[in-house]
Write a protein that binds this ligand. Structure first.
Ligand code: GDP
Ligand code: MG
Length: 162
């Protein structure tokens, strides 16, 4: 079976932009409107000879109920369950958000291998990454899905886990 890599994170952190960069496809909708990508989008890609599927998730529903799991769209939970590696994307421009902590707690409970990527990091000093250590998911990797910096390193880390 081809391994599956899920891209998760709250709306607008750049999941679809990263999906498009990794897959070189325009299948996933990219827009400023949070939550626009409603369904999962899959694309097959490869990095240095390792094929894998990338899943762009629609993010997380607004908090309408109690509990961390209730906050997360069922589709996203399924995508995580079906994945071999999760890329948890956060946003260096907005900084660490409470919802990031909720997602991190959920991901830790799944036991899935998680790579923490901090997007929109272009032009920011490495100190901007510091607060993301609080998520307890290891070393945050600075990336720019829009400009491409750090994405090769992220792909190296992904394929090392497959
Ligand atoms: P999603 O909701 O997580 O799928 O986020 P999108 O991929 O739709 O991106 C949300 C917004 O962030 C869009 O306006 C993108 O152009 C912008 N964006 C995505 N990646 C980057 C990046 O690396 N740097 C900057 N500055 N903006 C980005
Ligand atoms: Mg999207």
């Amino acid at each position: 079976m081809i391994p599956v890599v899920a891209l998760v994170g709250r709306p607008n952190v750049g999941k679809s932009t990263l999906f498009n960069r990794i897959t070189r496809s325009r299948d996933a909708l990219v827009a400023n409107i949070p939550g626009l990508t409603r369904d999962r989008h899959y694309a097959k890609t490869q990095w240095e000879g390792q094929p894998f599927l990338v899943v762009d998730t629609g993010g997380f529903e607004p908090v309408v109920d109690t509990g961390i799991v209730a906050e997360m769209a069922k589709q996203t939970r399924q995508a995580i369950a079906e994945s071999d590696v999760v890329v948890f994307l956060t946003d260096a421009r907005t900084g660490l958000a409470p919802q990031d902590q909720h997602i991190a707690a959920y991901l830790r409970r799944t036991g899935k291998p998680v790579l923490l990527a901090v997007n929109k990091a272009e032009g920011l000093p490495p100190t901007a990454m510091a607060e993301f250590h609080e998520l307890g998911l290891g070393q945050p990797l600075a990336v720019s899905a829009a400009h491409g910096s750090g994405v090769g390193s992220l792909l190296d880390d992904i394929t090392a886990l497959l």
